[in-house]
Write a protein that binds this ligand. Structure first.
Ligand SMILES: Cc1cc2nc3c(=O)[nH]c(=O)nc-3n(C[C@H](O)[C@H](O)[C@H](O)COP(=O)(O)OP(=O)(O)OC[C@H]3O[C@@H](n4cnc5c(N)ncnc54)[C@H](O)[C@@H]3O)c2cc1C
Length: 283
């Protein structure tokens, strides 16, 4: 199997398709299974204003399409596709435009978290706009050492968090390197949310962590959503959605390479090739 072929094969499994229409169709297929969608337009690390403008206009059209189609979906934006690598002001301006447009359509906006050098700006823009725009949330990564203090700051202001293990690494001064450390930090952060937050999202395919969250929720009775990535564990998402609130993150667009590399790296090629070829995903 050549590398190019493998990439196309898996990107096809994880990504809805190139257009807004593909994203809406995939969202409908999840909605039928009682699963809401988190739609993301692929693109990151833009250093060209034209690409940023295209991303903003795509999100504006996506918001309209979600409203018109009536699908149950939120959106999730990446700071660097809204211009953060060009300037903080450009990013914050674009983020506000999208949040305002989504708010008028009753659509929730998530902010993805990227490399560690972008975390500070992402949180700053999120918190600055949170007071006026409550239907927003931000991702925090358990592999980042700073996430516990970020979590406390965000929850103090009433923000909504989506907790993930983290897809971007950095040197040891900033991030945990070993799976055990990352999982332990995930548990610490998750326990903190059960004690100090009312509404949050646990985004993982790790069945041990999902089970722990469910046990904690039996005790604390929070508004928890379990979230997964499209095409990784769809069957698990479908099963879970019979009793729990579940969302699936569905990327669309043509810039699928960085996203697909992150997914390939996380699973190991052999394992994912096996799973993708032989396991029915149910959607
Ligand atoms: C809804 C959602 C939003 C996310 N948003 C962000 C974000 O904004 N920023 C960010 O840094 N990260 C984000 N991530 C990615 C996340 O950080 C992890 O990189 C990713 O979820 C894999 O970690 P895991 O929690 O599933 O645990 P892992 O320990 O990596 O995996 C647990 C189990 O799930 C299965 N699995 C995991 N990944 C794969 C795969 N690619 N192929 C096949 N099987 C797999 C394996 O069986 C594995 O044993 C998001 C993830 C989700 C689910």
């Amino acid at each position: 199997m050549t590398r190019g072929f493998a990439e196309r094969l898996f990107a096809g499994r994880w990504i809805a398709g190139p257009d807004i229409g593909d994203a809406i169709e995939r969202a409908k297929r999840f909605n039928i299974r009682n699963i809401s969608a988190i739609l993301n337009y692929l693109g990151e690390e833009y250093t060209n204003e034209k690409d940023v403008k295209n991303a903003v206009s795509t999100y504006t059209r996506l918001i309209k399409a979600i409203k018109e189609s009536g699908v149950k979906a939120s959106i999730s934006v990446k700071p660097t596709e809204l211009g953060l690598s060009i300037s903080y002001n450009m990013f914050e301006h674009n983020y506000r435009l999208i949040v305002e447009s989504a708010e008028s359509s009753g659509i929730f906006v998530w902010m993805d978290m990227e490399e560690p050098e972008h975390i500070e700006s992402a949180i700053k823009a999120y918190l600055k706009n949170l007071g006026a725009h409550r239907r927003t949330g931000i991702c925090l990564q358990a592999n980042m050492k700073r996430s516990f203090s970020d979590m406390k700051a965000i929850l103090r202001q009433g923000g909504t968090i989506r907790l993930v293990k983290g897809a971007y690494s950095s040197d040891e001064s900033l991030s945990y390197k070993h799976k055990e450390q990352i999982d332990n930090n995930f548990i610490k952060l998750m326990r903190y949310m059960f004690l100090h937050a009312r509404i949050f999202t646990i985004a993982t395919h790790d069945t041990g962590l999902i089970e722990l969250a469910r046990r904690l929720n039996a005790k604390h009775e929070r508004h928890v959503t379990y979230a997964m990535l499209n095409g990784i564990r769809n069957n698990l998402a479908i099963r879970l959605a019979q009793t729990e609130r579940v969302s699936v993150y569905v990327p669309f667009g043509t810039e699928w390479v960085p996203y697909s590399y992150r997914r390939l790296k996380e699973s190991g090629h052999a394992k994912i090739i096996f799973r993708s070829l032989f396991e029915k995903q149910g959607i």
